[in-house]
Design a protein around this ligand. Structure first.
Ligand code: IPE
Ligand code: IPE
Ligand code: MG
Length: 253
């Protein structure tokens, strides 16, 4: 049974929300940025920001589940983040273990199902193990799909898809005539999941940083200067509220 959070009972949250029942984005993707700066502002090591970022993550997962969002995709580690100092990389890649030990039972109560996208096989064994346990322990849940993008890069994902398609063409598992936008999508890590309706980026930067380039073609974007560890239900509801006012035309009139 999913634990009930009295979410819409917050008057302030309710006001920023256009309609709690209608037009909820089915898929929200978030670029969780600003952990390092959050720590820096407090004279703390960057790792402290990542740790605090994990608490924000859990808060937002619960909020999304409560709002009946179907898929939440969170950018946790990019293929470009390997450029960082080894100690910081290790700290980030150990967070899935912390997540598993401290927060997973709570997420199971919230009926969350964990999945992952990215080049997961190139991650350290301890990261893969924690991730796999989270996936296994939540695979029967049918609530929110929580997809963690770990060692994810969109250009790499597209190239990987192209290589698999070429191999399938070569092995005559597929013909060139069958290749279209729909069949191409099935070769991406996100196969089987609809494209994000809303993209949120925290931390003030206005760029995609190699996140879901194909999938975000018609997504609504929402940016905030709030640093990820400070991102709360309030900002989340604001973003959803603004999404609800947007007119999506997909090239039509
Ligand atoms: C986002 O926060 C987390 C990851 C990229 C892993 P940052 O670590 O990029 O924080 P800033 O942007 O340096 O503040
Ligand atoms: C994007 O943040 C990646 C994640 C949030 C995991 P970065 O901090 O790596 O992005 P850039 O370097 O500012 O573009
Ligand atoms: Mg950053």
């Amino acid at each position: 049974m999913a634990m009930k959070i009295p979410f819409f009972q917050h008057k302030q949250l309710k006001e920023s929300f256009a309609d709690p029942e209608e037009n909820i984005p089915a898929h929200i993707a978030i670029i969780m940025d600003g952990n390092g700066r959050w720590a820096g502002e407090r004279g703390m090591p960057r790792a402290a920001g990542h740790k605090e970022g994990l608490s924000a993550l859990v808060k937002i997962v619960k909020a999304a589940a409560e709002c009946k969002v179907k898929v939440l995709t969170l950018y946790a580690f990019s293929t470009e983040n390997w450029k960082r100092p080894t100690a910081e990389i290790e700290f980030i890649l150990k967070l899935p273990q912390t997540f598993l030990n401290i927060y997973l039972p709570d997420l199971i109560r919230n009926n969350v199902r964990v999945t992952a996208i990215g080049d997961v096989e190139s991650l350290p064994a301890y990261t893969q193990k924690a991730l796999q346990q989270a996936i296994d322990r939540t695979k029967h849940n049918d609530g929110l799909q929580l997809t963690i993008a770990l060692n994810y890069g969109s250009r790499g994902e597209i190239l990987h898809a192209v290589k698999e398609i070429l191999a399938d063409l070569d092995a005559a598992n597929m013909s060139l005539e069958e290749l279209n936008e729909q069949s191409f999508s099935k070769y991406l890590y996100t196969a089987g999941t609809t494209a994000p309706d809303l993209l949120i980026r925290t931390g003030g930067e206005k760029r995609l940083s190699n996140f879901l380039l194909w999938q975000l073609a018609y997504t609504e974007f929402w940016f905030t200067d709030v640093l990820w560890p400070d991102f709360s239900e309030k900002e989340f509801m604001e973003a959803v509220g603004e999404y609800q006012q947007r007119k999506r035309r997909y090239g039509g009139i």
